[in-house]
Design a protein around this ligand. Structure first.
Ligand code: THU
Length: 160
């Protein structure tokens, strides 16, 4: 039997003001998008902002539905919009802010597993990493230089 260790590196900024200006602006867009989330069932709002290689900024937020599974997370709302509107543009960065309307959230909130899988698809498609910044409503911001840190042992097209 062989033991395999998997290493992931995540950087943590004390707050969003500590981010480089471009990343701070992207996070501001994610926070703004969060405030427009349609989340009447969970009251948990998520905002996503993508910076594309062509300079476009795409935002998205979670869209819920009375038929719960029909809703969609913020990350996939944004990434699928980018894929639909700018199929040739690379996604350079993704900023995320999440939190419940009913409580504070000062610790970074990472993307869910389904969204990690969706982001992985685009990283593989474009053959370059996507920087991911994620936070709660306030406080620390975590940064991963690539989705692979968040989803080791990814399932991808090579396995089909
Ligand atoms: N949600 C997201 O938008 N992104 C995630 O990564 C986690 C969860 C949304 C889905 C649902 O509308 C609400 O948050 C509660 O799960």
């Amino acid at each position: 039997m062989k033991k395999i260790k998997i290493k992931s590196t995540i950087f943590v900024y004390e707050n969003m003001e500590a981010l480089p200006e471009q990343d701070f602006i992207l996070m501001q867009k994610a926070i703004e998008a969060r405030s427009n989330a349609y989340a009447p069932y969970s009251n948990f709002q998520v905002g996503a902002a993508l910076l594309l290689g062509n300079g476009e900024i795409i935002t998205g937020n979670n869209q819920e539905n009375a038929s719960y599974p029909s809703g969609l997370c913020a990350e996939r709302t944004a990434i699928y919009y980018a894929g639909a509107q700018f199929p040739k543009a690379k996604i350079m960065k993704m900023a995320l802010s999440a939190g419940s309307k009913n409580k504070e959230s000062n610790d970074p909130i990472p993307p869910c597993g389904a969204c990690r899988q969706a982001i992985a698809e685009y990283e593989i498609k474009q053959k370059s990493p996507i920087e991911i910044y994620f936070m709660g409503k306030t406080g620390k911001v975590a940064k991963s230089n690539s989705l692979t840190n968040l989803l080791p042992l990814v399932f991808d097209k090579s396995m089909l």
